[in-house]
Design a protein around this ligand. Structure first.
Ligand SMILES: Nc1nc2c(ncn2[C@@H]2O[C@H](COP(=O)(O)OP(=O)(O)OP(=O)(O)O)[C@@H](O)[C@H]2O)c(=O)[nH]1
Length: 533
């Protein structure tokens, strides 16, 4: 066997890589990266909210606006976020100094992230780092104000970053089932972002047979305002190359590979165990070529990692300028969808046409966009795999709630089922719980009074009040989001008032002997148990 000496110049030492999580969403993304495991890279958390900051797993933490916001978030005010970060500019500069590449993860739309990200990017650039920004755009149901704040920050970041990768939370919300909770949607988004960050970091720090470097990465992500196209897949056994590619193309960020058809450059990275063969690589690249335009610039890297054993992974990274995305039919559809749902009553987007369930509850409660338009990825694949029973049930619910599908004789009144009720409520986690029991109580099917605050926006804070304590993300945010979604008056919040902690229904465990551990009845859902304390 011929040994190739590896050129150390081609890869970057991990100590030169810093991943910065900014604000509540950034902290969550950083936690996800850390939990999923990423060797070497240093993690730095920056936040105004001291509770979220101190809960971060990042090795290094810097509080923003120590004097200005005094440990609280900015209440959704980017100006405050901007001033807060200036207080800590010197500390941030010292922490970033000497790093070759700085990844900044931020959720745009709030105050800290949107206000501080441009300054952090500028400082990193001044220190000579290559800056890759991973930014999420808010869900449609978060309202116009957040969207506008996010857009403003994005415009600044497009100029300040070397590469700007945006993820649309709404699009990633498609990763979760319609009746799953908002936390699931965020978690799914975070997993996807974490995967992209790790893939990109691996590309540039891990020495491979064929290396890709920062210049390649920059080529792949070159456009200023772009949406990241990212997919990664892993497989083992027979046909692993084909399967891994199929998994990668299945990423919702690639629209099942369709978006690659317009890509100008695509970065492809393969990694396999010691049995990775040239034949497999050829096969895989040939299959991939069917999804990529012939004149696209394909940047190829490959690495052998003995810990992969018999697995093969493929990572695809590309980007499309927003103008091109707008020209695409799918994007047109998305835009139209967004505009529709941003109309009159904000908060959760109101359905444009009455749904079947309206027969049960004449005035259906508004639902989030991603609840109404679920899950392209659940559509049967060319080679469908058997799905667990619960999924098909959920699909049924999802398709039931599609506006366009006429159901001839719903007979919901005659035979009320818990599922449609679950799909209607804007409290997906709650709904999931109530949908479970077969012996669902009759009261559950009683029409609920409409919430008075139809247009309350769950994520839009009331103004530039720096004293907001709740956030919708991060450690602290989850409790507030719980409050917003389950205890507040948003959407179908009233369902919550029917829950009694002690006498609360136990779903399928109703009537069974309680499973008591340390005085806790484990059959009561975890979040209800939490509320007792
Ligand atoms: N992907 C993802 N997005 C999130 C998460 N939490 C919040 N977001 C998004 O990020 C935006 C900003 O939220 P945060 O990061 O909590 O806000 P912040 O930047 O800390 O600002 P303030 O809390 O207003 O000071 C929200 O509008 C959401 O769209 C999360 O856990 N994951």
């Amino acid at each position: 066997m011929i040994e190739f000496p590896r050129d150390p110049q081609n890869s970057i030492p991990t100590s030169s890589v810093k991943i910065v999580g900014l604000g509540g969403a950034g902290a969550n993304m950083l936690d996800r990266v850390a939990l999923d495991g990423l060797e070497g890279a240093e993690l730095l958390a920056l936040n105004t909210d001291i509770r979220t900051l101190s809960g971060s797993v990042a090795g290094e933490q810097i509080q923003l606006g120590r004097n200005l916001t005094k440990g609280l978030g900015t209440g959704g005010d980017p100006e405050l976020g901007n001033k807060a970060v200036q207080e800590a500019e010197d500390e941030i500069r010292a922490s970033i100094k000497g790093r070759k590449i700085v990844f900044i993860c931020v959720g745009l739309g709030g105050g800290t992230g949107s206000g501080a990200a441009p300054i952090v990017a500028r400082v990193a650039r001044e220190e000579g780092a290559f800056v890759v920004m991973f930014a999420t755009m808010p869900f449609v149901f978060e309202g116009m104000r957040r969207r506008e704040q996010a857009e403003t920050a994005l415009n600044e970041l497009a100029v300040l970053s070397n590469a700007l990768v945006t993820f649309d939370n709404g699009r990633m919300g498609e990763l979760v089932l319609a009746k799953q909770g908002i936390h699931e949607a965020f978690a799914a988004a975070d997993r996807m972002i974490s995967e992209s960050i790790k893939a990109v970091v691996r590309l540039v720090v891990r020495p491979g047979l064929i290396n890709v470097g920062l210049d390649d990465l920059m080529t792949a992500l070159r456009t200023t305002r772009s949406r990241c196209l990212f997919g990664s897949g892993i497989s083992r056994g027979k046909d692993r190359a084909q399967k891994a590619l199929r998994n990668a193309l299945d990423s919702p960020l690639l629209d099942k590979g369709a978006l690659l058809e317009d890509a100008q450059s695509v970065l492809v990275h393969l990694c396999g165990g010691e049995d990775l063969t040239l034949f497999e690589i050829e096969l895989l690249m040939e299959s991939l070529s069917k999804h990529v335009p012939a004149k696209a610039h394909v940047l190829f890297g490959a690495a052998v990692d003995p810990t992969m054993e018999d697995q093969l992974s493929i990572t695809l990274v590309s980007s499309l300028p927003e103008e091109r995305l707008r020209a695409l039919p799918t994007e047109d559809k998305d835009r139209a969808k967004e505009e529709r749902s941003l109309e009159p009553s904000m908060g959760f987007a109101a359905p444009t046409e009455p749904k079947v369930e309206a027969k049960v509850e004449p005035e259906p409660e508004p639902e989030p966009e991603w609840v109404q338009e679920p899950i392209e990825i659940l559509a049967p694949d060319p080679e469908p795999e058997p799905e667990p029973e619960v999924d098909s049930k959920e699909e049924e619910i999802a398709s039931d709630s599609k506006e366009s599908e006429p159901v001839p004789e719903p007979e919901v009144e005659a035979e009320p089922e818990p599922e449609p009720k679950a799909a209607e409520t804007s409290e997906p986690e709650e709904a999931a719980f109530f949908a479970e029991p077969e012996e669902g109580s009759d009261e559950d099917l009683e029409p609920e009074p409409e919430p008075e605050d139809d247009d309350e926006i769950p994520f839009a804070e009331p103004g530039p009040e720096p004293v907001k304590t709740g956030k919708q993300s991060g450690k602290s945010s989850s409790s507030t989001a719980d409050d917003d979604l389950f205890g507040g008056d948003v959407g179908g919040g009233k369902a919550q008032s029917e829950l009694s902690l002690d006498g609360g229904p136990k779903g399928r465990f109703e009537g069974a002997d309680p499973s008591m551990i340390d005085g806790e009845d484990l059959d009561v859902p975890a979040f209800l148990r939490k509320k007792r304390h």
